[in-house]
Design a protein around this ligand. Structure first.
Ligand code: NAI
Length: 434
């Protein structure tokens, strides 16, 4: 086991500030607050020891306190070295939750933090549930602490990249517990990935650089959910947006949405900003860097930092490096400056504060439902990747309607019969794509 450290944050005196922000966020997170209201007395997560590894932000603090309110013991680390909001971590630590997270940690500290979350309290009881974002906690348990897997009822995974890793494990037969894919709930990927990035992509560039976005040429690599939101974000700011894609369907979608679709090679020389959203590796490489104009801004909003070949930049031009401010770095390639944000790590959490609370409430309501389901009904699941049933997806959406003043039309019985659904839903077949 790991020796007991009650918590580790940047500065516990930030807790009061964090608490005030958490209270504001609660008002924007109706899904989570409804779950507290509905299940707070019953405590369906009683006995659960949930280790979570997900950006330690204000919104995540509201998730953590929801899990606690539902009866769980919780430990927490952040799934990115730059994404912690130190006031959020402090508030959570002050509330008695063992949290190990601060903004700007090293990779070594990152692993140390995740490791701390595996064992609970002074009696070092092991975790029995995993809540993950990107799969780093899952990998640590599966690969370094396999003896713990048997005692774990299941895991829920937040993001596209982590979900890929789980399906790979399922294919190889190395998935040793049931998993719920939270990302592909409609109320997650079609909201957080898309509308979340529509708000937070531009926010990140502004906070990092204060550059004028109107009239600038922006290349968005990838037009999946994150790419769609990111491209819309820059369009909304008046930028001229070009999209790159490998998938003809997404390429055509981008074209129909009015974006120019080109190869990076074709447009990189004129780009003012290049942003990767693919969840794939090696998108921006040495040859692209060499073709870029002076003062280009380069960043990534996908989960891992391998979308941009930062290693190439450091290896060849590391001697030109100047830190403008934390998470904003300048490199000079043959007389032309490149501004690299968040060292190529996800920019909206590295240089800004991630998505707004309201959209995260949708994601985290799915997370909480997934944890409740696996904790209470483990026997109904094999060691496979599952999704939450559609009626829960619809319920998550419904919990968020009144906050935006939306009136839902009630289906009549004969109408329901006419389109072949139940009056109470689900309202769409499984194959419907939204
Ligand atoms: P997605 O699978 O919907 O979209 C990725 C798109 O990139 C696909 O359309 C794919 O065809 C395209 N692509 C792949 N290789 C490419 C290449 N070489 N050139 C151009 N396009 C390429 O995935 P999604 O949900 O959009 O997620 C993307 C990444 O963002 C993942 O790593 C995910 O974990 C992460 N993510 C980040 C968030 C944030 O707040 N920063 C929020 C949600 C997800």
């Amino acid at each position: 086991t790991v020796p007991y450290v009650p918590y580790k944050v940047k500065d516990i005196s930030l807790a009061d500030w964090g608490r005030k922000e958490i209270e504001l966020a609660e008002a924007e997170m109706p899904g989570l607050m409804a779950l507290r209201e509905q299940y707070g007395k019953e405590k369906p997560l009683k006995g659960a020891r949930i280790a979570g590894c997900l950006h330690m932000t204000i919104q995540t603090a509201v998730l953590i306190e929801t899990l606690v309110e539902l009866g769980a013991d919780v430990t927490w680390s952040s799934c990115n070295i730059y994404s912690t909001q130190d006031q959020a971590a402090a508030a959570i630590a002050a509330a008695g939750v063992p949290v190990y997270a601060w903004k700007g940690m090293t990779e070594e500290e990152f692993n140390w933090c995740i490791e701390q979350t595996l064992f609970f309290g002074e009696d070092r009881k092991p975790l029995n549930m995993i809540l993950d974002d990107g799969g780093d906690l899952t990998n640590m348990v599966f690969d370094e602490y396999p003896e713990l897997a048997e005692g774990i009822r299941g895991l829920s995974e937040e993001t596209t990249t982590g979900v890929h890793r789980l399906y790979e494990r399922m294919k190889k037969g190395t998935l040793v517990m049931p998993a719920i894919n939270v990302n592909d709930s409609v109320t997650k990927s079609k909201f957080d990935n898309k509308y979340g990035c529509r708000e937070s992509a531009v926010d990140a560039i502004r906070r990092a650089t204060d550059t004028m976005l109107a009239g600038k040429r922006v290349v968005v690599c990838g037009y999946g959910d994150v790419g769609k939101g990111t491209a819309a974000s820059f369009r909304g700011a008046g930028s001229i947006v070009t999209v790159t894609e490998i998938d003809p369907i997404c390429a055509l979608q981008a074209a129909m949405d009015g974006f120019e679709v080109k190869r990076l090679e074709t447009v990189v020389a004129n780009a003012d900003i290049v942003i990767t959203t693919t969840g794939n590796r090696d998108i921006v490489r040495g040859e692209h860097f060499k073709a870029m104009r002076d003062k280009v801004i380069v960043c990534n909003i996908g989960h891992f930092d391998n979308e941009i070949d930062v290693a190439w930049l450091k290896q060849n031009y590391g001697n030109t490096h100047v830190e403008i401010k934390p998470q904003v770095d300048k490199y000079t390639i043959d007389g032309k400056d490149v501004i690299l944000l968040a060292q190529g790590r996800l920019v909206n959490l590295g240089c800004a504060t991630g998505h707004p609370s309201f959209v995260m409430s949708n994601s985290f309501t799915n997370q909480t439902l997934a944890q409740m389901e696996l904790w209470n009904n483990k026997d109904q699941y094999e060691n496979k990747v599952y999704m939450l049933p559609k009626h829960l997806d619809e319920k998550v959406a419904e919990l968020h309607l009144s906050r935006v003043g939306a009136e839902l039309t009630k289906l009549k019985q004969d109408q329901a019969e006419y389109i072949g659904v139940e009056v109470e839903g689900p309202f769409k077949p499984e194959y419907y794509r939204y």
